[in-house]
Design a protein around this ligand. Sequence first.
Ligand code: NAD
Length: 272
Amino acid sequence: MGIMAHKKGLIMGVANDKSLAWGIAQTLSKQGAKMAFSYQSEVIYRRVKPLAESLGGIELIECDVTDDESLKSLFEQLGDKFGKIDFIVHSIAFASKKDLVGKYVDISRNNFLNSMNVSCYSFTAVCQHASNYLADGASILTLTYLGAERVMPNYNVMGVAKAALEASVKYLAVDFGGRNIRINGLSAGPVKTLAASGIDNFGYIFKWNQYNAPLKRNTTLEDVGGTAVFLLSDLSSGVTGEIIHTDSGYHIVGMKAADAPDISISALSVAD
Ligand code: NAD
C-alpha cells in the first residue's frame, strides 16, 4: 500500500512534467497517497489535466495564490472532498524575467512586492487558509533554493524571497507545532523547469552544480520526490522547522572542485 496510504493532500504548483511538484506527486502516488492538484490558470489546466489523469483519481481545483477568495474557495472545496487534509505541497514562485538578470539593486518596488507576494507570502496565506482543515499530524512543505543562503548569479529578488520563505518556515513551525502539525522546506538543487528558465544563464548554474556537487550530478525529480515523501510522511514525525537540502550535496562545497572542468557562460547554449 505504501507509506502514504490513507493520507490525503494537496499539491500546488504542477505546471508540466518538468515541475518539481510533478516529481513529488508521482512519488506520493507510488506510496499510495490520495491527492488534489491546484492550478494557477486555464492555460496551466490544459497541461496539468493529462498528467493528473495519468495518475488517476486526482481532482483539479483552480487557485491563484495572490487572491484570498481563491484560496478560501480552494480549501472549502478540499474540506468537502477530503474532510481533513494530511499534507500540502507549496511549489510556487514567481519573479519577472527582467529581474532575474543583472543587478538585484535595480528592482522596482512593485516587482519586489509582487515577487515576495507570490514566492513568500503565499506560503503563509496557504497555511492560514488551510488551518481549519488540517488533520492531527499534518505535514506542510515548501520548495526553496540555496540562493536564500548565498548569492547566486541572476537569482536576485528570488534569493531574497526564498530567505524570507525559509524564515517563515520557522515561525509557522512554532505557530502550528502545538497542534502536531509540521512545517518544513526542501532546498532543491537546480532542475530545468519552466520557472528556472526565467533565470538568465541558468545553464551555467546547472553545469556548475553538476561538476562541483559531491555526487557529481544534478538533482532529479526522483531525488526531490523521495525527500518530499519523507517530510510528508510519518517517518519524519519529529522533524519541523527544517530546511532539507536535496542538491547532490552542493550546499556543503566551499570551492570549485579540483577535477571540475572549466566552463564559460559564453560557451553554453540554451540547451545546456
Ligand atoms: P514550475 O514553473 O514548474 O512551477 C512553478 C509553479 O508556480 C507553476 O505551477 C506556476 O503555475 C505556479 N505559480 C506561479 N504564480 C502563481 C500564482 N499566482 N498562483 C498559483 N500558482 C502560481 O517550476 P519549478 O522549478 O518546479 O518551481 C517550483 C518551486 O520549486 C518554486 O518555489 C521554485 O522556486 C522551487 N525551486 C526550483 C528549483 C529549480 O531549479 N527548478 C530549485 C529549487 C527550488
